[in-house]
Design a protein around this ligand. Sequence first.
Ligand code: S3P
Length: 456
Amino acid sequence: MTVQSPTDAAPQPLRARASGPLRGAAPIPGDKSVSHRALILGAMTVGETRIAGLLEGEDVLATAAAMRAFGADVTREGEGRWRVRGVGVGGFAEPSDVIDCGNSGTGVRLIMGAMATTPICATFTGDASLRSRPMGRVTKPLARFGAQAHGRSGGRLPLTLVGARDAGPVEHRLEVASAQVKSAILLAGLNAPGRTVVIEPTPTRDHTERMLAGFGAQVEVEAEPGGARVIRLTGQPDLAPVSIAVPRDPSSAAFPIAAALIVEGSDVTAPGVSLNPTRAGFYETLREMGAALTFENPRTEGGEPVADLRARFSPNLRGVEVPPERAASMIDEYPVLAALAAFAEGVTHMPGVHELRVKECDRIDAMARGLEACGVRVAETRDSLTVHGLGAGGVPGGATVASRLDHRIAMSFLVLGLAARAVVTVDDASPIATSFPGFAPLMRGLGATLEAPANR
Ligand code: S3P
């Protein structure tokens, strides 16, 4: 399977027109965060790790290719079924070529962490989006282990990382609420003797901690009174291979669920979606907006709480104030929330979201400009976005919106177009393949009209 970064391919415009009702089951692909971690931890473990339900999106395939370049044996055995024969903690070989992580910030940051305490050298790059994103947030804490990074100005990719020989453990307090930074430090801490400690003032997604414990590492997580969390990892464990069932991705489910809420007559169920509390903020917000959303058959699968998410057309959505402390638990869902908020009555205010400025693109700017083009009034500050809702059926649409190499911007505007009065075109839908390759066919299967413009 080859990995093609979105920049390599010709743009693929896609347009959405008012359609529906959307009805039926929406099989959501595997969780992107868990998929990256399963491949990386599998590669750091001696023995055979088996993965079921792996997301086969471009981001994760780039991580699989990277793990091969570091010496692991990574094999696809069937749809979503992968086997990793790892090299053990500290066992990474030096890659013979540049590691291209495509569009994936998670991939590059976690892999840098994983190699930072092994005395090898690797050069990382990615597509135009990834090459514009800040890496100093990871390379600075990794420097405390003794790793040396040489990148472009602002710490951007391409960047060469020289891993530390004989690294000692590190105690680090996160400056940004970032699971990627936390995870990079913990993965680096695996090959440092003693205890590596990460203090996160705001809890972020905890898949790395959960999975490390699953592989047999000693990880303690302590919740402090103010909500902060202290994670202590004992270095140089003997990781034992496991079988991992990847849960379905709540960040991907957000798109068909949001579409069902705004398209008249819809009734869509997304079975077995992860509702890990560090990821579920979007669904809590939907409930507050008055969405007809139910969590059916709650159960545990692959160590994660999951439920079947059922969403029905909700003509009376209300604008809400989203608490800033919820941002980390729904950070990837703000674009689709902003699109949905356009169909609510009243104002939706989303404060405390400055991190959106350094995602695959500046998501505050991308959503604001796209919504304005579709006839929706918005306001933004450095760290907030406000959407003035127009109510069910009230969004004009009728624009072409730039996806800016950002899968979630592309999907958000296609969702918006399904309930807007006039057709919405996304200039390039190819980035969707990074996280949700089957998005368009899945949506069409539910009853959505998504089509490539005829005059290409
Ligand atoms: C991710 C963490 C988040 C998120 C990204 C996936 C992860 O990024 O936006 O899509 O898997 O750790 P930050 O940690 O930078 O907030």
